[in-house]
Ligand binder design. Structure first.
Ligand code: ADP
Ligand code: MG
Ligand code: MG
Length: 892
């Protein structure tokens, strides 16, 4: 678009421009506005990136705009980019709207050339070593990022140089060594690109900017976005920032810091510092850092200033911030800040602490946690009473308890995981190339790096268990040695992402304290449980959606009730037809006379009734929706193949096979090409006389019995798979008759409603509502029939491809498809309520426990969702969040 502004000076932006300037750019601008020491610079917008990626060329006017901003920067700094005598150097940094740690590229020291490297040395007071080190870093980063030169070529050359010198550390290389290294780096560069390393600083800047644009589509960035569900078309901004140098000597350095512990949420100062180093050395874990507190001894003034800035940032953002800084000869510079990623436990603790400190409201606290995080806290932990062997201890970087076979490469992690093995990926440190292996692994264990290392940050983001910085691990190519113990691939190790302990062998696990709290068990004093309690209470007080559970037994129902379920949204009665009752069901299906059928039904009646008594008792006073039998009856019979084999074998052996033969006939008769679309649901009730009647009688009798005990059962009979009001009317009439007869004057009230799970039902909901006291959306079938996808087949067969192609970002069976299936729900809700305003509306598909979907159901105005017992707290929390955010969900 002509005339669009593509470049913003740091002094022009602010924190709310994330979409345009990326998170890094928006926050650099915000820090500049706050008067913090940020090196001057400017940001090229994500819209410029989008334009570049769409057309393959810089949008019109961009280069001129960059030139203008560069000229202003040069004036402000009193230096010219890459000037031979006194060069201005810049970093060219990617930064998207969502943080994607280490996923895209940054090039430091842009502007260095054969000429300006001399000027840089002079400018730094004759520090030749520093100048040549900066230059070799530029060629290395530029070569790798901008020109796709394989990174190993550079790191191998660096290793060779160190070896030749007998040096163990980069710092042992002197100016002459680094100058020689620059020469070999330039040769590597020319060999791979076919041209010499560019000596025009402006061309370096342009090429680096375009490379950052392109890094948005790098394979690992694409993979990360898919994993994190970040939209693919946002693009990255590019920050051009004048360089400050942490590698100027012992009075310089670079570090990262958190204003609170991102793992536990505890207040305090957390971070790592590395003296005489440039930024990326810390994150990469190349050398061992010192704890941030040690900076006080090294440079008390900068330390005090840093603490003051951190306090200011926390107060300003009212949240945990993470920070990158560099000290250049005793002068502190802020290079980045953002609201920091954190573990689930830390998210709850910090939110509750900030409420206590009066910094945020309860609504805000609720907004800052998510159902996904709560689900993580419900993971089990290791049970240490068996006294497992502790191998070593690292830093607990991402909580959870994971056991699995040790593997030492990402490839092996992917291979073994594909074979169904649990694996723990053990690495010296991880880098973005390990991402696929990290996703495949149960847990990640590294020898190097702190809470801010790549492994730690990515694992936390994915909710993967991670222990990092276990520095006693000696990592070999195919083995790890630790305190004399050798571990080879396939040996089982267990890692505790909370304590950082690493165990040999598998360790049994115990439930989480949060689950114990939900269970109502006594929990020892726990700041986490207190925080969960505070926030859950607020969610419960805020939400409009009720949360029920899907449960088929009294036991499940009772547990779900402890978890806060306010009734049962789906009891599947077919589960009551399994086990030792199978024989009765077989008799029912095979009965050729009315008498035989009635006998079978009569035998089933007391069994069903007993089930309902259990269930109603567990859910006393709360509604219990019982779905009449739904699946195709052949599911209760042996398979065709199995029977055919039995009969053939028996025949051969001359054994009696009359019974199997009879069954085989029946199964053949009942065989359907497409059972999911065949004789099931309400169709069974209309075709097999007495089947629904028996179930309804069992429900009503159970309720009357409990009412007699002084309880208050509230049964709701639900008819599945209705597509036409006529079906429901017929079943309803039969039900009402039986209910009236059984209930008489016992005071029991029974509702009769239907599932909305066939698209036709949704589209004729106005008619169906005439015969229904309630609708419950069966979103599994509605999705299956709405899309025409067989739920049991698609996931493995082709969904991965659909996800890859971006046809949907997440399986519609996992999260409700708002546009299509969601529209059916909206129509049914509106048209149903128009006819019958008091119509109760709920959801009983898997979607009832999915955070995104809960927000949708809130928006549509349903009365309740129903989900599996363990998802109940998650649904409560998200229903609360939906109510305060007006249905806008951000669970990242
Ligand atoms: P990432 O998003 O991967 O953290 P950054 O753009 O923040 O990438 O840069 C990588 C490293 O380089 C960081 O440690 C950062 O602090 C450092 N860095 C970036 N720009 C500068 C600069 N102008 N001066 C000094 N160090 C810088
Ligand atoms: Mg950074
Ligand atoms: Mg169904």
């Amino acid at each position: 678009m002509a005339g669009e502004k593509y470049v913003y000076d740091f002094s022009e932006g602010h924190r709310d421009l994330k979409e345009l300037l990326g998170g890094k750019g928006a926050n650099l601008a915000e820090m500049t506005r706050l008067g913090l020491p940020v090196p001057a610079g400017f940001t090229i917008t994500t819209r410029a990136c989008q334009a570049y990626l769409a057309t393959g060329a810089n949008p019109e006017g961009l280069i001129a705009e960059i030139d203008d901003h560069l000229a202003a920067l040069e004036r402000a700094m009193g230096r010219k980019l890459g000037d031979a005598g006194d060069p201005l150097l810049v970093s060219v940094r990617s930064g998207a709207a969502f943080s994607m740690p280490g996923m895209m590229e940054t090039v430091l020291n842009v502007g260095l050339t054969d000429a300006s490297v001399v000027g840089l040395a002079a400018q730094s007071g004759g520090n030749d070593r520093f100048a040549w080190d900066s230059y070799r870093r530029l060629i290395q980063m530029f070569g790798k990022t901008v020109c796709d030169v394989p990174g190993e070529e550079f790191s191998d050359a660096l290793e060779d140089a160190k070896k030749a010198k007998g040096a163990t550390d980069d710092l042992h290389l002197d100016a002459a060594d680094l100058k020689a290294l620059v020469e070999s780096f330039k040769r590597i560069f020319a060999k791979h690109t076919g041209y010499d390393f560019p000596q025009d600083p402006r061309e370096q800047l342009r090429l680096a900017t375009e490379a950052v644009f392109r890094s948005w589509n790098a394979e690992r960035a694409v993979l990360y976005r898919r994993q994190e569900r970040i939209p693919a078309d946002l693009g990255t901004a590019v920050n051009v920032c004048s360089m400050v140098f942490g590698n100027l000597g012992a009075d310089s350095g670079t570090g990262v810091a958190f204003t609170r512990d991102p793992a536990s949420g505890a207040q305090g100062i957390y971070g790592d510092y590395l003296s005489n180093a440039q930024g990326e050395d810390v994150v990469a874990g190349i050398r061992n850092t010192v704890p941030l507190e040690d900076l006080e001894k090294l440079d008390a003034k900068s330390y005090a200033e840093l603490l003051a800035i951190m306090a200011k940032l926390e107060g300003h953002y009212r949240d945990l911030c993470d920070i990158e800084f560099t000290i250049e000869r005793g002068k502190l510079w802020m290079l980045q800040t953002r609201v920091g990623k954190r573990t689930a436990a830390a998210a709850f603790r910090i939110a509750a602490q900030l409420v206590d400190e009066g910094m945020i409201s309860l609504d805000e606290a609720l907004r800052r946690v998510s159902g996904a995080q709560l689900a993580q806290l419900m993971f089990p932990r290791f049970d240490l009473s068996a006294d497992p062997t502790v191998l070593t201890k690292g830093i607990g970087a991402s909580p959870g308890a994971a056991s699995g076979k040790a593997v030492f490469t990402a490839e092996r992690a992917v291979e073994l995981a594909a074979e169904g093995e649990d694996v723990i990926l053990v690495r010296r440190e991880t880098n973005p190339e390990d991402l696929a292996g990290m996703i495949a692994a149960r847990g990640i264990l590294t020898a190097r790096g702190g809470k801010t290392s790549h492994a730690a940050v990515v694992a936390r983001g994915m909710g993967r268990t991670c222990v990092c910085g276990a520095d006693q691990l000696e990592i070999g190519r195919d083995r790890v040695t630790v305190n004399g113990q050798v571990i080879t691939e396939g040996n089982i190790v267990s890692i505790d992402g909370t304590t950082g302990r690493v165990y040999l062998g598998a360790v049994p696990v115990r439930p989480s304290e949060v689950v114990q709290y939900f269970e109502g068990d006594k929990v020892e004093e726990s700041t986490l449980v207190d925080a969960v309690h505070t926030i859950m209470s607020h969610a419960d007080a805020s939400r409009r959606l009720a949360v029920r559970t899907n449960a088929d037994t009294g036991e499940d129902a009772a547990r779900a009730r402890r978890f806060g379920a306010e009734g049962i949204g789906l009891c599947r009665t077919e589960h009551m037809f399994l086990g030792d009752r199978k024989e009765l069901v077989e008799r029912l299906i095979l009965s050729s006379t009315e008498d035989a059928r009635n006998d079978a039904l009569a035998a089933l009646l007391p069994l069903q009734k007993a089930d309902f008594v259990d269930l109603f008792r567990a859910m006393d006073n709360l509604p219990v929706t019982v779905r009449l039998i739904d699946p195709p009856l052949h599911e209760f019979l042996p398979s065709l193949e199995e029977l055919a084999v039995n009969v053939a074998v028996a025949r051969e052996r001359g054994e009696d096979h009359a019974e199997d033969e009879e069954l085989l006939d029946a199964v053949r008769r009942m065989h359907e090409q497409n059972p999911m679309l065949g004789l099931r649901g309400v169709r069974l009730g209309l075709v097999i006389p007495g089947l629904f009647a028996m179930q309804v009688r069992a429900i009503a009798e159970a309720a009357v019995q409990l009412a007699g005990e002084g309880l208050h059962p509230r049964p709701e009979i639900m008819v599945p798979l209705v597509g036409a009001v006529q079906e429901l009317e017929m079943v309803r009439q039969e039900c009402e008759q039986i209910v009236a007869e059984v209930v008489a004057d016992s005071g029991v009230e029974v509702l009769i409603g239907t599932m909305i799970e066939v698209p036709r039902a949704a589209l004729t909901a106005g008619q169906i509502a005439e015969a229904a006291d309630f609708f419950s959306f069966g979103t599994n079938d509605l999705t299956q029939m709405g899309w025409g996808f067989s739920r049991d087949d698609v996931e493995g067969a082709f969904f991965w491809r659909y996800l890859e192609l971006g046809i949907f970002g997440i399986s519609p069976f996992e999260s409700i498809d708002r546009d299509g299936v969601g529209r059916l729900i909206r129509i049914a809700a509106e048209e149903g309520r128009a006819v019958r305003p008091e119509l109760k509306l709920g959801v009983c598909g898997e979607h009832g426990g999915d955070p995104e979907s809960v927000h949708f159901f809130h928006e549509v105005g349903l009365d309740y969702v129903s989900c599996s017992p363990f998802r109940v707290p998650v649904a409560r929390l998200e229903a609360g969040r939906a109510a305060i955010t007006g249905g806008d969900s951000d669970s990242r």
